[in-house]
Design a protein around this ligand. Structure first.
Ligand code: GDP
Length: 440
């Protein structure tokens, strides 16, 4: 899902590739693309504008870590902002009454009946609750039957009064039944219309007034894009609901609804539906959703790990040495150790956008650095700091000492020389990727 948005963002971040720091100019260019991508994804105009303004402020104030590229840093900033736009933390259901009452609202076809079943199933299997489903869609006999089918699939009873057209009465009777028979959660499925209409709104508002639910949930089809936001607003104005359920996220390629609804109605998205099966329900996690929207491998954890491992002080010292052309084999060894500390090479590489899929079946040898390390460790302190003394006989000795061949030693020294030449021109982060290349 969200392919379009993530593709756009990925492309826009490429502009920043190779830039040394986040500046007013390069950030403005990228954010223009980010904004366009959000609008294309059906995100509300105001939401997109506020979003890019905040990202800009954060990005400009940000010290770019030497360990990551500015583009990667931007991904992290955009990610965190997306997550906070969508509510930050996962929001829970507050079920306090005995029995607890959950009222479903939403348009016809949004997925209310399906979700009622999914939620009952989830509460039953994960929280060991004892739910009762209630059919309050009295206009379509098929709707009652549908809820019965759902109930039988998950083995949860369904309360119905096929002859009664008064939904308030039906709901109150169901609550009495729950109390009498020991059901601790009553889930009320209601009638929807194809579009918002007054009669439907009156009915559900009165139902809410009558049963005083713990949670009124608004169910919305995420594939309806901007319409989803408008519908959410109308329902919220009338019902003041407690949370949103976004269904059909398995089919959504735009994702604008997830981004805007939360901001426009200031109510949390609590659950998502990701398929027609009873198990296809997830608690909504803003940060995970941001990951999915960005769809950029796991750059965020890569940046976090680099932030944990990378010592800024060391990096500055190294930068100075490089500028004075004093980078030596000891520094080289340090750098390798840092890369190794960051974790498994294949895992690290797979976090880089676009790389994950490509290397899925390729063997990346985690011992790739071992040969290099052994060679450097076989050098004397003088050889490490003054590589120019490495003549043929010293090289032979090192090959023997490290259990490698003279060719491997020659290759490393040659690459080291080239690296040193190039280093004067590049930043610490690019150097790391250069060294990772050498290990191949
Ligand atoms: P209601 O009219 O609001 O009760 O909506 P339904 O529960 O009857 O759902 C309408 C259609 O959407 C049905 O065909 C469901 O199987 C389908 N549906 C519901 N939730 C999802 C979902 O999360 N993903 C997909 N792909 N289909 C869903």
């Amino acid at each position: 899902m969200f392919e379009n948005l993530s593709d756009r963002l990925e492309r826009s971040f490429k502009i920043l590739k190779g830039e040394g720091k986040i500046t007013e100019i390069n950030v403005a260019e990228t954010l223009k693309d980010v904004r366009r991508a959000l609008l294309d994804a059906d995100v509300n105009y105001k939401v997109a504008k506020t979003f890019t303004d905040t990202v800009k402020k954060k990005a400009l104030g940000q010290n770019v870590l030497t360990a990551v590229k500015p583009g990667q840093m931007m991904v992290k900033i955009v990610h965190d902002e997306l997550a906070s736009l969508m509510g930050g933390e996962a929001a829970e259901l507050h079920l306090e009454q005995k029995p607890a009452i959950i009222l479903m609202s939403g348009l016809q076809g949004s997925g209310k009946t399906t979700f009622s079943g999914k939620l009952a199933n989830m509460l039953k299997t994960k929280q060991h609750r004892n739910p009762l489903l209630v059919a309050c869609d009295v206009y379509r006999p098929a709707a009652i039957d549908q809820l019965k089918v759902v109930g039988s699939q998950i083995d949860v009873p369904v309360y119905t009064e096929p002859e009664n057209k008064n939904v308030n009465e039906i709901a109150l009777h169901a609550i009495q039944e729950a109390k009498a028979k020991g059901y601790d959660t009553v889930i009320i499925d209601t009638a929807g219309r194809l579009a918002v209409d007054e009669q439907m709104m009156d009915e559900i508002a009165s139902l809410k007034e009558t049963v005083k639910p713990d949670e009124t949930l608004f169910v919305v089809d995420s594939m309806t894009g901007q319409d989803a936001v408008n519908t959410a607003k109308e329902f919220n104005d009338r019902l003041d609901f407690d949370g949103v359920v976004l269904t059909k996220l398995d089919g959504d390629t735009r994702g604008g609804a997830a981004l805007s609804i939360r901001t426009v109605v200031t109510k949390p998205i609590k659950f998502i539906g990701t398929g027609e099966k009873m198990e296809a329900i997830d608690v909504f996690h803003p940060d995970r959703m941001a990951d999915r929207i960005l769809g950029m491998g796991d750059v965020v954890s890569l940046v976090e790990r680099a932030q944990e491992q990378f010592d800024e002080e060391e990096a500055r010292k190294l930068q100075k040495k490089i500028q004075k052309n004093k980078f030596d084999f000891n520094d080289f060894l340090n750098q390798i150790e840092q890369i190794k500390k960051m974790g498994n090479l294949k895992e690290l590489a797979s976090m880089i956008p676009g790389v994950g899929k490509a290397i899925k079946d390729i063997d990346i040898d985690d011992n790739a650095f071992n040969g290099i390390e052994a060679i450097i460790r076989s050098m004397t302190p003088q050889e490490r700091t003054h590589p120019e003394v490495l003549n043929v006989s010293r090289r032979q000795r090192i090959a023997k000492g490290s259990g490698t061949s003279i060719q491997e030693v020659n290759r490393l020294i040659k690459q080291f020389d080239q690296t040193r030449k190039m280093m004067k021109m590049v930043t610490g982060s690019q150097m790391k990727s250069m060294m990772a290349n050498m290990a191949r």
